[in-house]
Design a protein around this ligand. Sequence first.
Ligand code: G6P
Length: 613
Amino acid sequence: MCGIVGYVGEREAAPILLDGLARLEYRGYDSVGIAVLEENGRISIHKRVGKLDRLTSRLSGATPSGHQGIGHTRWATHGKPSDINAHPHTDCSGDVVVIHNGIVENHQELKEQLLAAGHKFTSETDTEVIAHLVEDRLAEENDLHQALEQTVQILAGAHAILVMSKNEPGTIVAARAGNAGGVVVGYGHGETYLASDLPALLPHTRRVVFLENGDVVRVTAGRAVYRNTGRAVEKTPQQIAYDPVSAAKGSFKHFMQKEIAEQPEAILNTLRGRALFSEARVELEDLKLSPSQLEAIKRVVLVGMGTSLHAAMIGRQYIERIAGIPAEVENASEMRYREAIIGSDTLFVSLTQSGETVDTLAAMEMAKEKGCLQVVVCNVVGSEATRVADGAIYTRCGPEIGVASTKTYVAAISALYMLACYLGQQRGIVDRERIGGLLSPLARLPYAAGEVVHRSGEYERLAHKFYRCEDFLFLGRGLQYPVAMEGALKLKEVSYIHAEGYPAGEMKHGPIALIDREMPVVALVPQDVLREKMMSNIEQVKAREGIVISVATEGDEEVAGRSDHVMYVPKISDLLAPVLTSISLQLLAYHIAVRRGCDVDQPRNLAKTVTVE
Ligand code: G6P
């Protein structure tokens, strides 16, 4: 979850580290810190609770001078956010500095051993044990690379670690153990970069190596030497195609606003070259599933977390309704600890925009052990999930910086729609005519999504009426039930308003007791097969003097007549309506959060990439 950066070369390190941290702040923002090895051989550490701007304003231009350093932006796990608990952490002498992403699961035991051996601790973090362990190993080996390699073997849990020592100037060592998020090595001319994520590297280089599980690397200016389980390994840098401009906010006030607006393009990019409209075919070349593999599929299991889980819930219905294959969906954090009965006849579909969510990766590992065929829908090329899966469908959205997912979610739904068409087509269940019928609304989807986005002003006005409410209920049926869940999640995430998403049929079994004039009920009522049922639910809310905000299909006057407020979305097929109603609820959440003065891009306590349990 935390953001990690490192630099060694000829330039001043501090500005590069601070710029890298600014690009990674979405990963965690409880505290921030940098350590720079100065020319005089001293390690200068500056750290501060809160966001990066608190550190930069304290430095007020007087950044430490030196040509190598490490930096960290934290999402607290052990030890509350504070100046002392901020990374980097040091050993007793202050000669070794460490930054870390992950949880040292046996830190209590290790700390007791280290205390007994005379080490002194200054923070409450689990990370600090790493600095002291490296210190101990260095006393024996005097080789930072080996010291880190040996230390990692003692640590339980998953980790990404960077270490620097004043006794080995010109060197930074880094390790990756398990799925605590990645470490990427970036190759420049006579300089080397390290980061947890690509956005920090791309202004400098596109030649990168992703560390694999068990890798420990020593980087010096322009060079990197890799080892894994005690042996040297050769790695060839790969070239990353990526557009750093799309990671900038431009004229938008927030990344979330920009990313909501980018959704028509995100959908289009996801469809491009895959949905072949004139041929009435779907091509998913990157999947590389053989006819016999496709034939063997008896069921599909979809997993994800957060917003990705909601995309998976929609995908499940696509797989059943379009491809005619039994499908289930489950929260990855639950699936990983269950004795799930899955095997070689199961297609395991994981949804993860980052490709790094720890629970999703664990569920994928389990599915791999059980012999499932695996597909991942992901936005980050080369991420861990794409390496575990047999095939990937990339959502091609460009970087998503807002912590609350928007564009990667609608692109993932579009990808799942194509996957369902593809499975039906390749298994001979869906004929060309039906594929043509399924693709024609898909061709209109980017345009229809754009129409919803263009109505942003209407949501701003609606937000003005409701931003003081403290509870919201979201109701939907069928394909709109996951949308209700997602609408509630978005509102919670960015505005801190308590919100619940329910299948509308469940309303009478409890939530109805909450209905009063204080709690708006958002009803998803597009013109689909379940519209009449939703109309009854609206009546039931109104009969109890509830306030109803409906999201309905353009021209549906009847819904407007029965609701207090109605937000219209363009007419599209039932199957694709969730994309439009979801965008509508994103806009509602965004404008309410802005009106409440919330930090929409970096909501409190959240992180974009959840790499710890
Ligand atoms: C975090 C993010 C969410 C995201 C979820 C799953 O909670 O804040 O926006 O939906 O993780 O992330 P993934 O990368 O697996 O889609």
